[in-house]
Design a protein around this ligand. Structure first.
Ligand SMILES: [Zn+2]
Length: 173
């Protein structure tokens, strides 16, 4: 059975009862993520992140949170500065308060509780921040007609300025 999602959880209690939760988080609740999106996007009331997760113990008896989230975010295309709708769907799996020793031998990351409590909104926000592309670009490379990417222009630029090559390396993905 799944319970309604809330923000804070007492880890030990939820691990013992194998708490399983599901619900939506409003994008407007995630301020750090909002700063990385298309301007104004984070304030739209219809933007939500669907989340479900459970608390469990791994084979070393360490508490864990495991779940998945799904949403669609509007990023800013770095070529034309227009919005770029980006569907996101990802699984997450984290130990809670694992020791450094355990972390060394594990491919799974840990999060640290605060007096035994974790904030699931922060977990979801961190996962999304890590997952969104560093540089968002429309698939259609012609989305900005003023973008100087025709080969003729690039060659001319290289001839005029050898550092343009470096510049291109920096700006292309
Ligand atoms: Zn674009």
């Amino acid at each position: 059975m799944r319970d309604k999602l809330r923000r804070r959880y007492q880890v030990q209690k939820e691990v013992i009862r194998n708490g399983h939760f599901e619900g939506d988080i409003a994008l407007s609740e995630l301020a750090r993520l909002g700063e990385l999106l298309y301007p104004g996007e984070a304030d739209r009331p219809d933007r939500k992140i669907a989340v479900e997760f459970e608390f469990l113990r791994n084979e070393c008896e360490i508490p864990m949170i495991a779940g998945r989230l799904q949403t669609s975010l509007e990023l800013e295309c770095q070529r034309c500065l227009q919005p770029l709708e980006t569907p996101m769907k990802l699984d997450f799996r984290l130990m809670i308060d694992a020791s450094d020793e355990l972390l060394r031998d594990s491919s799974v990351d840990t999060l640290y509780s605060e007096d035994g409590f974790i904030d699931v909104f922060e977990v979801v926000e961190d996962e999304l921040i890590l997952a969104i592309p560093l540089v968002a670009l429309h698939e259609n490379s012609d989305c900005n007609e003023h973008w100087p990417d025709s080969s003729a222009q690039s060659e001319a630029a290289v001839k005029d300025n050898p550092f343009a090559v470096l510049q291109q390396l920096k700006t292309t993905d």
